[in-house]
Design a protein around this ligand. Structure first.
Ligand code: SF4
Ligand code: SF4
Length: 388
């Protein structure tokens, strides 16, 4: 069986000319101009989908770097002028997020249109893993070619966010949180993400990890230099390559790829993927701070297993001195009634969690503007954890 090709590139600079050259090298390995002509037929409608998780400064680890965006725009422009870009942040306005991080300025310079993700189209997915009925951003659904541009980051719920998870932004604004409420178990949430990718089909992924985010991702982690760009048509193959690079020996340790493998969603295992360019061994991180939740199973009783799993789960926890009392954590919590109550303290309003009701979606941790929420393990959780 022919293996799925992924290109792994070493790139240690955010200089746009260098990144452009690297991406061109990557496309050459896939077949060069002929390959690109097939990928981007003349004058087709291309949507570039960066990660604009929240309003962030240029160069922030939270969002796709604007020079990576510019580099791919330069290449795509040679094949079509009908290019748009967009995303729907977890909190706040997509246009503001694009402006603040520098992507809008690049887009305007090259005549790339901003696509508003708030208009939706209703789609029914007959062969769904879990979710048949969808309301997704119309521009993403209508595009001929979607090129997704994720940033390599850890994620408290799904451990890792890359090419598969990046399409979650195709669900407009705050309606994303209803999916968290409907799919509190990470396995179902992962199925939902794969279904979403069956609705909004990605033609190509460029995963940016020149400086990746480790630890308390996807918005408040710390930088880890990986000097990496990963390219390919298959979102699962690109993500699989990325998670192996950061230290998961088996890509199915990460929930989304586990579900993808179980349902034959796409190539996940190393035996199914041909890595062109650099080798994984030559670029592998040895000390990347992974997200990994304790695996605990027992044959004794499913009730006992679930109880121990619950007791071992990480909790959202506050770093008091960083909190500004804005209340966004409460606002984005998908549960009703809210798990978080804002309580008046000497320093101002502070969130307090009712952990018995918390579904551990970590939207509060993800969208806190100050990075004041971390995931914290219980003693039992620490004991059972494989890492950290
Ligand atoms: S924890 Fe974060 S989101 Fe919540 S009130 Fe404090 S600063 Fe705001
Ligand atoms: S408190 Fe935080 S982790 Fe818990 S359900 Fe609400 S948003 Fe999710």
């Amino acid at each position: 069986m022919e293996k799925t090709k992924v290109v792994l590139l070493r790139c240690n600079d955010y200089n746009v000319d260098i990144i452009e050259r690297k991406l061109r090298e990557g496309f050459s390995l896939l077949g060069g101009d002929e390959y690109l002509r097939k990928l981007i037929p003349v004058n087709c409608k291309v949507l570039l989908k960066p990660n604009l998780l929240r309003i962030s400064e240029p160069g922030s680890l939270t969002v796709t770097h604007f020079t990576v965006f510019e580099a791919i725009v330069r290449i795509v422009k040679e094949y079509t002028n009908d290019i748009a870009f967009g995303d729907s942040p977890g909190y706040g306005d997509g246009l503001k997020a694009a402006r603040r991080c520098g992507i809008l300025e690049v887009a305007e310079r090259y005549g790339v249109k901003y696509a508003d993700f708030s208009e939706t189209v209703h789609v029914v997915l007959d062969e769904a893993l879990i979710c048949k009925s969808w309301d997704v951003a119309k521009v993403a659904f209508d595009a001929d070619v979607v090129i997704t541009l994720p940033r390599l980051k850890t994620h408290a719920l799904t451990y890792f966010t890359g090419a598969v998870k990046n399409q979650f932004g195709c669900i407009p604004g705050m309606s994303k949180k209803t999916w968290h409420a409907r799919m509190p178990e990470v396995e179902n949430f992962s199925k939902m993400l794969l279904d979403l990718n069956s609705v909004v089909k990605t033609s190509f992924s460029i995963l940016e990890g020149i400086i990746a985010m480790e630890g308390n991702g996807p918005s408040n982690g710390t930088p880890h230099r990986m000097d990496t760009l990963i390219m390919g048509e298959s979102i699962t193959a690109v993500d699989s390559t990325a998670v192996r690079l950061i230290g998961y020996e088996d890509p199915t340790e990460t929930p989304v790829l586990k579900v993808a493998k179980e349902h034959n969603y796409g190539p996940v295992m190393p035996s199914e993927i041909e890595v062109l360019g650099e080798t994984i061994e030559s670029m592998k991180a040895t000390n990347f701070k992974l997200c990994r939740i304790a695996k605990f199973t027992t044959n004794v009783s499913p009730i006992l297993t679930n109880l121990i799993k619950k007791l071992a789960s990480p909790n959202p926890a506050l770093t008091e001195e960083k909190c500004i009392g804005c209340g966004r954590c409460r606002e984005v919590c998908p549960e009703e009634p809210k798990v978080i109550t804002m309580v008046k303290k000497a320093a101002g309003n502070r969130p307090v969690w009712n952990l018995n009701k918390c579904i551990r979606c970590f939207c509060c941790q993800e969208l806190c503007p100050e990075g004041a929420i971390v995931t914290r393990y219980t003693k039992l959780g620490k004991l059972l954890r494989l890492e950290r």
